[in-house]
Design a protein around this ligand. Structure first.
Ligand SMILES: CC(=O)[C@@H](O)[C@H](O)COP(=O)(O)O
Ligand SMILES: NCC(=O)COP(=O)(O)O
Length: 244
């Protein structure tokens, strides 16, 4: 079964616009879980423009599914995850001023560094995932770091989906299959939406989890949060003939 982890960054964006506590990020996380999500994802950025470090601490106390914390393992980020010990940490090589995530790791170049970080986070009890492009050499180098999972960066898939969905998913199928052979779990995320999610899910039998934020929260403005979470979950219904 592929799990849906809802990224609630954009709920915090809305809250921060007024400086009060509306919408309440913690209540939204509780409700999103009640509506059927199997995880909550946050990506605290150094400027705290949406999720704040304190939100991550508070979320750890109330999330009953799995908390997935994404970010670049800077000293501040590492101090936060040492304190919070979320179920999963997803390492993302974002520059401090990135508008959103715009690249995966070069796991060949940064293999030694990633191995050290992965090892430390695993010692804390966190499952670790490395965000990367669907490239076989990068997947193989990720496996050498000892990571538990990879997260396939799906921006290119989402961009290509409407023109040619077969072509758009091809590299992702190969990368996911290679990861599976190497014993790595496979997550995916970025720009997934109600149009492109079902096809990715059908084509990647290895897919353990998707994390989705921007499009899901946009859809919720029209469709309501409960309905939207359920619509996304429906795209992840077990594949025909599959026990997963
Ligand atoms: C890691 C990733 O793919 C991102 O999509 C991310 O978590 C979203 O971050 P923003 O909400 O800051 O755009
Ligand atoms: N890891 C991807 C994520 O958490 C959400 O990405 P997006 O749906 O906001 O593009």
């Amino acid at each position: 079964m592929t799990k849906l982890s809802v990224n609630i960054n954009k709920i915090a964006t809305l809250r921060n616009a007024r400086g009060h506590n509306r919408p309440d990020v913690l209540q939204a996380a509780r409700d999103i879980e009640r509506f059927g999500a199997e995880g909550i994802t946050v990506h605290p950025r150094p400027d705290e423009r949406h999720i704040r470090y304190q939100d991550v601490r508070d979320l750890k106390g109330i999330v009953t599914t799995e908390l997935n914390v994404e970010g670049n393992p800077t000293p501040d980020f590492l101090d936060l995850v040492r304190e919070v010990r979320p179920e999963q940490v997803t390492l993302v090589p974002d520059a401090p001023d990135a508008i959103t995530s715009n690249a995966g790791w070069d796991t060949l170049r940064h293999q030694g560094y990633l191995r050290d970080v992965v090892g430390e986070l695993q010692q804390l009890g966190c499952r670790v995932s490395i965000f990367l492009d669907p490239d076989l050499a990068l997947v193989e180098a990720a496996a050498q770091t000892g990571t538990d999972r990879i997260e396939l960066y799906t921006e290119a898939y989402a961009r290509g989906y409407h023109a040619n969905r077969e072509a758009a998913v091809a590299a992702y199928r190969l990368a996911a299959a290679r990861a599976g052979q190497l014993g790595l779990g496979v997550n995916a995320g970025h720009d997934l939406d109600l149009d492109n999610l079902a096809w990715l899910h059908q084509q990647l039998p290895e897919l353990a989890e998707v994390s989705i934020g921007h499009a899901l929260i946009c859809d919720a403005l029209y469709l309501g949060l409960e309905n939207t979470v359920q619509l996304y979950r429906r795209q992840l219904a077990p594949r025909a003939g599959s026990s997963h």
